[in-house]
Design a protein around this ligand. Structure first.
Ligand code: FMN
Length: 586
């Protein structure tokens, strides 16, 4: 819908120019001065209420020898024109927030070479900087709920240091997170305006060489002394150099970031160095983003352009959910003082690639989540934090060695994730693993894997477990937050349809054969994953699309025949448990 507006504003301006030319006393050839008198109008943006059009006016300043641009606004009927900014040397990209409250634009502050997002609050006041990034902002888009922006950023080569200091370890492209942007906590390798250019190692693999391949050997610097000859440059990728950017580095990539307008915090959304992401577009509910993914830089270009989807829920969503759960449970307890209210649990993946771990654990501490379930690394710091408010920690293991490590960290229970479990499962039989753990661990043992009925739960007690843990069965419920096709595939699949592979997350797990095939892969001939590429962070293992497109499930699918309400399922399982128990007379 922007095109007609663009045409309207541009044609109005052209008309004005033509009229001016027609009324001028005499026609004359263009002179160089005309170039400096020309005003170019671009990027018209209609306000959500349709009453205003914001646009950019660019001119060329002869004395400064640079182009200047400013943001203007014109009422839809053309009667009012307002200049919103002074001309600056790189002002562009005006965008309205969808609620019409803000008008944002890109501005490169004087003395710097990095664009920042500026924000006008339409209720009044000066424009304020929303970002202090040291990466290059290529583009940005408002979310439909007007709470966030998605940024497309690329780490630019550091060209200027003065005025934009950034401490080592600053978050993605963030110059000074402590002063103007206090909420920033995400660590990142140094990528600041004060970085020194990297030394050459292997440009084909991603370093920036200090001398081009064709450089002439340096002359002698002093009599008899010559500089060491430049190191040879090793190039082993086809797409290793690009105009303007020079040698392409691994990690010299364009990625998506989420910016929270209220807190001004930026979190990376995509991180895989093998890919570039661009052209993000929000879903109407602000929960997801579609974008284009390519391998165009820092790697061999394969000419593939995929359109992909990514979950863009903010970390704050967990805060909202926990407030809702604890609030409703407290209200229920007040209304039913005699009722026993079961504790609830939150899973935390304890892995270096989980860039949300610290923040998510802090939210669990804030809401005093009764049970935290951890997986992968033994969770010493999580145990300490959770014990601080009286909560307990259960840790997932798939073998005895992991169980011993977790016990040494003081966990309150060990989850034996056995053969046939959904998610990241093990290969050991529950008969073997529960026995092994019991021999060395006196605490609570929680048995998980392939259960779907009340009788299965009773069986865990016979094996010596204290609690049973079901996952897959509860996805096929009305309340399960999974696509309908996923739930149907759980019903349609049998235990034989569960594929065990490390391909999708770097760790072995169980997946529905149907979803693997639907993604164009051969479920019977899947390659092994590169463990170094494990990624449990915001962007996930994006290449593999685990959990979202490749659906996980355990062998309990054989016992799933319908989607039902959780309350109905639990009631039925209770009956099955009691019936199985009653059937034993010995
Ligand atoms: C789709 C899916 C995602 C899972 N994600 C996690 C997770 O993030 N952390 C975790 O500790 N366990 C995770 N699990 C494992 C479950 O918590 C539980 O151990 C397992 O589902 C039990 O086996 P079952 O699915 O056969 O009932 C996941 C399971 C499924 C099916």
């Amino acid at each position: 819908m922007k095109t007609p507006t663009t045409l309207l504003v541009l044609s109005l301006l052209c008309l004005a120019t033509v009229q001016a030319a027609d009324t001028s006393p005499s026609r004359r050839p263009l002179t160089p001065d005309d170039y400096y008198n020309t005003q170019i109008v671009s990027e018209p943006q209609v306000s959500p209420d349709g009453k205003w059009v914001a646009y950019v006016v660019s001119t060329n300043d002869r004395d400064a020898d640079e182009s200047r641009s400013a943001i203007w606004m014109v009422s839809w009927d053309g009667t009012q024109q307002v200049q919103l900014t002074n001309p600056g040397h790189d002002i562009s990209s005006p965008r309205w927030s969808r609620d019409g409250r803000y008008l944002s634009y890109l501005n490169t502050p004087a003395g710097t070479d990095k664009s920042q997002i500026m924000l006008f609050d339409r209720r009044g006041g000066e424009a304020r900087a929303l970002t202090t990034v040291t990466d290059d902002i290529q583009s940005y888009e408002w979310s439909p709920d007007s709470k966030r922006l998605v940024l497309v950023m690329e780490p630019g080569s550091p060209k200027i240091a003065a005025g934009v200091p950034g401490p080592p370890g600053a978050p993605p492209g963030q110059a000074n997170p402590t002063a103007p942007n206090p909420a920033n906590t995400t660590p990142k390798p140094a990528d600041t305006a004060t970085d020194v250019p990297k030394q050459p190692t292997d440009p084909g693999k991603g370093a920036t060489p200090t001398a081009p391949a064709s450089s002439v050997p340096a002359p002698a610097t002093a009599k008899g002394a010559t500089e060491a000859p430049p190191k040879p440059i090793v190039i082993d990728s086809m797409h290793f150099k690009e105009d303007k950017d020079g040698y392409l580095a691994t990690g010299h990539n364009r990625h998506l970031y989420l910016l929270d307008v209220e807190t001004r915090k930026i979190e990376p959304l995509t991180t895989d160095p093998a890919f570039n992401e661009d052209l993000p577009a929000w879903s109407a509910d602000s929960h997801r983003l579609a974008f284009v993914r390519t391998r165009e830089k820092g790697s061999d270009a394969d000419a593939m352009e995929d359109i992909d989807l990514i979950d863009a829920r903010p970390a704050a969503q967990l805060d909202d959910w926990l407030a809702e759960i604890t609030g409703e449970l407290a209200a229920y307890s007040r209304a039913n003082p005699q009722a026993r209210v079961a504790p609830f649990a939150v899973n935390q993946i304890v892995h270096s690639s989980n860039n949300r771990l610290e923040e998510d654990v802090a939210l669990c501490v804030k809401h005093e989540v009764p049970i935290i379930i951890t997986s992968l690394r033994p969770p010493a710091e999580v145990v300490q934090a959770v014990h601080g408010y009286g909560g307990i920690v259960f840790h997932d293991v798939i073998n005895l060695r992991h169980a011993e490590k977790a016990a040494a960290q003081g966990v309150d229970g060990i989850i034996a994730v056995c053969a046939g479990a959904g998610g990241h499962a093990g290969l050991l039989s529950p008969f073997a693993l529960v026995k092994q753990i019991r021999e060395v661990y006196p605490g609570a043992i929680i048995l998980s894997g392939a259960m779907s009925s009340g009788a299965d739960v009773l069986a865990t007690r016979a094996l010596g477990a204290d609690l049973a843990y079901l996952g897959t069965r509860f996805i096929a419920t009305d309340e399960g937050n999974a696509p309908a096709e996923y739930k149907q595939m759980l019903i349609d699949s049998a235990a034989e349809d569960i594929v065990y592979t490390s391909l999708f997350s770097g760790v072995n797990g169980n997946y529905l054969r149907g979803s693997v095939a639907r993604a164009g892969l051969d479920p019977d001939h899947l390659p092994e994953a590169d463990k170094a590429k494990m990624n449990f962070g915001t962007g996930g293992n994006t290449a593999a699309k685990a959990w979202r497109d490749i659906w996980s499930a355990g062998q309990s699918v054989s016992g799933i025949h319908q989607v039902e309400r959780v309350a109905a399922l639990v009631e039925r399982m209770e009956g099955e448990y009691a019936a199985a128990r009653a059937s034993f007379n010995f």
